[in-house]
Design a binder for this molecule. Sequence first.
Ligand code: PPS
Ligand code: ADP
Length: 199
Amino acid sequence: MENIIPHEFHISKTERNKQNGHTSFVVWFTGLSGSGKSTIANQVEHELYEQGIKTFSLDGDNIRKGLNNNLGFTAEDRQENLRRIAEVAKLFVESGAVVIASFISPLKKDRELIKEIIGEEDFIEVFVNTSLEECERRDVKGLYKKARAGEIKNFTGIDAPYENPENPDLEIKTESENLEEAIKRIVLHLQDKLKISVQ
Ligand SMILES: Nc1ncnc2c1ncn2[C@@H]1O[C@H](COP(=O)(O)OS(=O)(=O)O)[C@@H](OP(=O)(O)O)[C@H]1O
Ligand SMILES: Nc1ncnc2c1ncn2[C@@H]1O[C@H](COP(=O)(O)OP(=O)(O)O)[C@@H](O)[C@H]1O
């Protein structure tokens, strides 16, 4: 951007990672409403916390009620929602935290943008793959019922699209894998990534 000259700070991500004893990156959960993103993310964060890892969760509660409370669910608003979240996640990564982000993030192009902002090397995509039928059966918040009744417009899976990730780093099929197994698999996948490489 014109006339914006970044200041070089002495303490960077590398120093913070050394001090913390682990690397920092984003674990991004994508999937339909009710697929299990928050449930899984919560438990993954708990496991990491128990290991002494610095974590921070980003989800609808702390984002859509605050920073992004001027955004709705049109394709345009979702893109801006996710762009801002990716920028925030990047700042937290700079601060040394492992960021656990849970957002529907329904479109491939928006997930590509997120990856671009955060940087491919710091982005782990976890696809929480639960069928629409199962999400609707769970209907945790009663939103599918409202969407079917036409009381909510642009509802993902009903009258707004969800594009399945083609190459996620991890895929969790909640209808055939139990929660404990899924958590173990994700946490195991993160172990190598958390190690600081000695140069
Ligand atoms: N129209 C519509 N479509 C989808 N979801 C809706 C909608 N309206 C409200 N909600 C509630 O908002 C949560 C999804 O917000 P996200 O920020 O994750 O969505 S997005 O990534 O920008 O698409 C989502 O939360 P989760 O159920 O946790 O996914 C819903 O509770
Ligand atoms: N294997 C599983 N993994 C995650 N959630 C599951 C699983 N099996 C059943 N559930 C249930 O599905 C619901 C998922 O809701 P939630 O985590 O809020 O989804 P999301 O954040 O994707 O909207 C919860 O009620 C949870 O108990």
